[in-house]
Design a protein around this ligand. Sequence first.
Ligand code: NAD
Length: 492
Amino acid sequence: ATERKALFVFFGGTGDLAYRKLYPSLFNLYRKGNLRSHFAVIGTSRQTLDDEKFRAAIKKSLADSGNRSDSKEATDFISHFYYQAHDVTNVAHYSVLKDAADKLDKKYKLDGNRIFYLSMAPQFFGTIAQDLKTQGLMSTNKDAFNRLVIEKPFGRDYDSAKELNDALSKSFEEDQIFRIDHYLGKEMIQNIEALRFGNTLVESLWNNRYIDNIQVTLSEKLGVEERASYYDNSGALRDMVQNHIMQIVSLLAMEQPVAFTDTDIRAEKVKALRSLRVYNVADAATNFVRGQYGAVNDQPDYRHEDNVPVDSTTETFVAGKLLFDNYRWSGTPFYVRTGKMLADKFTRVDVVFKRPLVDIFAFPQSQNTPLAANVLTIFVEPHAGFSLQLNAKTNDTGFSTEPIKLDYLVDAEKSKDTPEPYERLIHDVLNGDGTNFSSWPEVSYAWKFVDQIRRVWDLQEPQFPNYTPHSMGPAAAEELIQRDHREWIYRL
Ligand code: NAD
């Protein structure tokens, strides 16, 4: 690996995400040589801590994520960490931070490269970006980079997202802003491009002539857990559809990029999202359904979870139909669904092909069951792989057909080495590669689509709860697809 020189400044540096994911990912990049001697990390938060205590916490974070934390390698890595108490709303604190940054830049010869990672409540993103600029934290060295990494959520509707983006863009250019969508760091999501653009067999059939429908399922087994106060303000539509699902769908729907670069890929994703039909009131109401989980055994219903109001109308489930008005996809719907407290935890994409136009095995005396549709499944998690369902002859003297599967599963030994999404994404930030981040135009089109669904939902009091825990959601999600004479490929 090529060593990259950089100073990382983490805002929210003592938070759960930083300890659980970000620092262990940095350590992996260090072990692989992407970071060596020319890097330093400043953790900031409101808490008072000294370097020594902060380093002890980093050591624990490495140990908790399954690393040997007393090795020479870990000790050397941890010696690059520094702590600075910093209230993001206090302008004066930024000049203290600037001095600390300049000092470390000299000490570790970082050439002025800076990565500001905002891992805290989004209401502070605007202020931080502004003060980083006005208080001189951004490096002015003309060969150096300044990059801003921000966590989700990016707004709660188009208007607030635009306001946030306007605030950020006063200090940072679009190509300096890295909006995290950790689904884009997943191996099998990145594999969609390889599968499509690396295989004649796939891409030549990848359109409305041969594909009947595409299904995207992000299923969670757990309920709202300790994120209730955040989640209740958001709901599944904002928390999962606007970002992760829209990103996956745009990778599935886009045209082939001119080249495999962030600029070209983003341009195609944006074009796809622009042709996504934004529903009018009537279509939004029929094409999207919502749910909230009820109670079962010891498991309380959503409204009786800790920190959830008893009259909450927040949806914990969404299913919907997306239509692209373009030459490739007109007439081929994308069905999506996601929810909490469902039957299992997994993410998958099912691409359902059209049946052969003529079924020659269905002659008058034939006992044969009608040909099944070919289905290409992309297993994203927990197991990574593909499966292709074809029709073949049964192994006997008569002539009947049966669906068989060609399976490719990434073996356990290999998947052990699969980098965590955050490791990949931080690696990309170090390399200035924006491919696996959401660009502002993508975010804005996704919000415009989602806002319309939300607007219609807000007109009506939902009948909640409406689904049983450990099911695949409310009956309405079945009706949504059955109405089109189709079925969910994954079913219980
Ligand atoms: P957290 O509450 O554990 O951490 C928040 C951090 O911000 C703490 O270090 C806290 O001290 C600091 N902070 C709060 N107010 C401050 C202020 N005024 N000045 C300086 N520091 C202040 O949150 P988290 O779970 O680590 O999440 C961080 C961000 O990442 C959030 O935007 C969240 O939406 C997002 N996110 C988290 C996860 C996750 O798995 N935890 C997943 C995806 C996205």
